[in-house]
Ligand binder design. Structure first.
Ligand SMILES: [Zn+2]
Length: 192
């Protein structure tokens, strides 16, 4: 297995997108999940139900054994956490265009990148508890999440938390370099 995502649905996997919803099947060190998320549409914003388009309305994750779309029994490996973490760090370290390519248009990009950093820190903690990664690796990955908290709590202009901000702001460049330097700590196990 070389992907933390199951990709039977539309050939490219990762996100199955329908209007303002996404469905993903992915695995970490615990098991496989079916994740359903619903994001605010322009109509929701007009109706006053959301502040901005692409804000997360609702999200739910279920642990699963079989793919509900094709029935495949999903094999789980301890290395899944490593693979998912590597995937997350790769996206966080990528430039704006690549990040936009990876995240569907219906999702507000800054929020999604922040959620990825948060998820990355959770996986890293779990991998550390299983003695798969070192304390140093854990601290490195947690520093990305900390940088996000600082971005949110600082008084700096709200422009940081926009698509333009992701493209040009120095805070986002800092996130990229932290993700890039964390990547070397997360090596897949040598098999065979
Ligand atoms: Zn399937």
């Amino acid at each position: 297995m070389n992907s933390p995502y199951h990709e039977c649905m539309n050939g490219q996997g990762k996100y199955l997108e329908r209007n303002d919803r996404t469905i993903r099947i992915f695995s970490d060190c615990i098991g496989w999940y079916l994740a359903l998320s619903h994001y605010a549409s322009e109509q929701d914003v007009e109706d006053g139900d959301a502040e901005y388009k692409g804000a997360l309305f609702f999200s739910s994750e279920l642990l699963i054994l079989y793919c509900p779309f094709c029935g495949t029994k999903l094999q789980h490996a301890e290395q899944s956490g490593i693979l998912l973490l590597r995937h997350i760090l790769t996206i966080l370290a990528s430039d704006y265009n690549e990040q936009r390519k990876q995240v569907p248009e219906c999702i507000f990009l800054p929020d999604e990148l922040g959620r990825m950093a948060n998820r990355g820190a959770e996986i890293a903690r779990s991998l550390f508890e299983r003695r798969i990664i070192s304390q140093e690796s854990l601290e490195s990955i947690k520093s990305i999440n900390t940088a996000f908290f600082e971005m949110n709590s600082s008084d700096c202009s709200r422009d940081v938390w926009t698509n333009d901000g992701v493209m040009t702001d120095v805070s986002w460049q800092r996130i990229r370099s932290l993700a890039e330097s964390s990547f070397r700590y997360v090596q897949p196990a040598v098999s065979g």
